[in-house]
Design a protein around this ligand. Structure first.
Ligand code: NDP
Length: 310
């Protein structure tokens, strides 16, 4: 019986992944779900939001590869098989995310929204540029994406602080950790960048009380998951000006419904969940390597912990 890798994603190009994986995995048949002829031959699955009941079709599944960094939708399922699950962990994905974060932070640090407003009114509006070192940027979540973004922010000369679950050391980043240090961390963020995974512990972690701890007039950038932030509380803080500006790539409902009040706030920049993506050209090698490791019996890389949620 041949060995099969089944691919299931409505967001990614099968042809592109196939072209990159096939030469690295000789002897493995790579096909879409509807092309599987021998379900028992399926040992690997490469998926992004597969349909309910997907896994039960493949009794010999040995490895599940999540086609992205965020595994919240996957680990919340009740039909998850008890096999190793790996995530995409890719420097190019981290670089793409860092570029979004840099764009959003620099836009605020250089007061661009104020100039955009002034231009709409044909108004010359001089604001004296601020030194990056005078601007405190906080990064919530110092994982593969957060640590990279924090590092890029230090290169721009910002006063960078970060917060994670366990203690960390990153060059030029003032590192905080644990729930006990969160309130104090938030009080020192002129710009807050949310880069946490969505887990039972992080869901709604930025509630009305914690949002109110941000200095008045601060800015918030969320590129993680909408549900990490209490969206109605954030909307209220933006409407009152307590939070001056927000760049939001993720929402508690996506697509953001047309009637959502966030659309009407002119201090909010909305992007449609595109801050970063899994990039086949750089991630395929890592996925193939993990499959070969599994076959050799070597430890897998980038394994997620379903119980921890990330
Ligand atoms: P990682 O799993 O590599 O890192 C997660 C970080 O969050 C770690 O530093 C971890 O702490 C910290 N963390 C997790 N739980 C807690 C907690 N309860 N309290 C404090 N800190 C916590 O994730 P990535 O950096 O790769 O990605 C982050 C998220 O970005 C993804 O989960 C996904 O939701 C989102 N994403 C969004 C995209 C977009 O286009 N908008 C694209 C890709 C990802 P520790 O280091 O101690 O474990």
């Amino acid at each position: 019986m041949s060995t099969t890798l089944v691919f299931q994603s409505d967001f990614d190009s099968f042809e592109e992944w196939h072209a990159l994986l096939a030469p690295r995995l000789p002897g493995v048949r790579i096909c879409r779900m509807d092309e599987v002829t021998e379900p028992a031959s399926v040992r690997y699955a490469l998926t992004w939001k597969p349909p309910q009941g997907f896994f039960a079709q493949y009794p010999n599944l040995k490895l599940l590869v999540n086609l992205g960094a965020g595994v919240d939708a996957l680990v919340a399922r009740d039909d998850l098989p008890a096999i190793p699950i790996t995530r995409v962990s890719d420097p190019d994905m981290a670089r793409m995310m860092a570029s979004y974060v840099l764009f959003a932070v620099l836009r605020y640090a250089r007061d661009i929204p104020a100039f955009e407003r002034a231009q709409r009114e044909r108004r010359w509006h001089y604001l004296h540029p601020r030194l990056p070192s005078s601007i405190r940027v906080g990064v919530l979540g110092l994982g593969e994406l957060g640590a990279r973004a924090a590092q890029e922010l230090t290169r721009q000369g910002f006063d960078v602080r970060g917060w994670s679950r366990s203690a960390k050391q990153l060059p030029a980043v003032n590192c905080f950790h644990g729930l006990d240090q969160l309130d104090g961390f938030l009080g020192g963020c002129d710009i807050l960048v949310v880069m946490l995974p969505l887990t039972p512990h992080t869901q709604g972690i930025l509630d009305a009380r914690r949002l109110a701890l941000l200095p008045p007039g601060s800015c918030l950038i969320n590129v993680s998951r909408g549900a990490v932030v209490d969206q109605p509380a954030l909307t209220a803080a933006l409407a009152s000006g307590q939070i001056a500006e927000a760049t939001l790539d993720v929402f508690d409902r996506e697509p953001l419904p047309p009637e959502d009040p966030l659309w009407a706030l002119d201090n909010v920049l909305i992007t449609p969940h595109m801050a970063s993506i899994a990039i086949p050209a750089s991630a395929a090698a890592q996925i193939a390597e993990n499959i070969l490791r599994l076959e050799r019996g070597d430890p897998l890389l980038h394994v997620i912990d379903p119980a921890r949620g990330y």
